[in-house]
Design a protein around this ligand. Sequence first.
Ligand code: FE2
Length: 169
Amino acid sequence: MNKVRRPTKEEALADSLAGVIGYLRARQYEGVRDELWKILLHASDRFVNNLAEHLKDEEAQIFPALCSVAPEFGTQLEALKSEHAGLADGARDLAMRIGEGDSTQALETARGLLTQLMEHMRREDGVITAILKSRNASALRRLAKLLPSSRGGAPVPSKPRHAAHGGKR
Ligand SMILES: [Fe+2]
């Protein structure tokens, strides 16, 4: 069975944003508490840093590698890159709202950003899966050499069973 496993870094990214939402919700119920606010600021900083690392990793290494073995997917990869810009804007907005101490607006922004992030990850999975299914074993080996080995949860290229015949690059 050919199953593309989401990188664990991306799961951690969504989890870290969900953590920010949890702290914002707690703050709404419990009012202003210095300790909770410090934890929230730390969680928010961690999410923003994790997101920046995710975007840099994909744009500098993963997308170019995918594009080199599947150039006809360039438009879809560019669209994913544009979504990254939207996610970065959302993260900046979230950090600003939290910095202003506006927990109601920050919570709304964080929830919207989590939805945006999950949709992005779903679309990204779709594009990566389509690329992997469209390549032959030789192209997948070439792709594996291009992908950074330190990326623990990177898509592991393997030849899909149904792609064993005809016309694959
Ligand atoms: Fe991405």
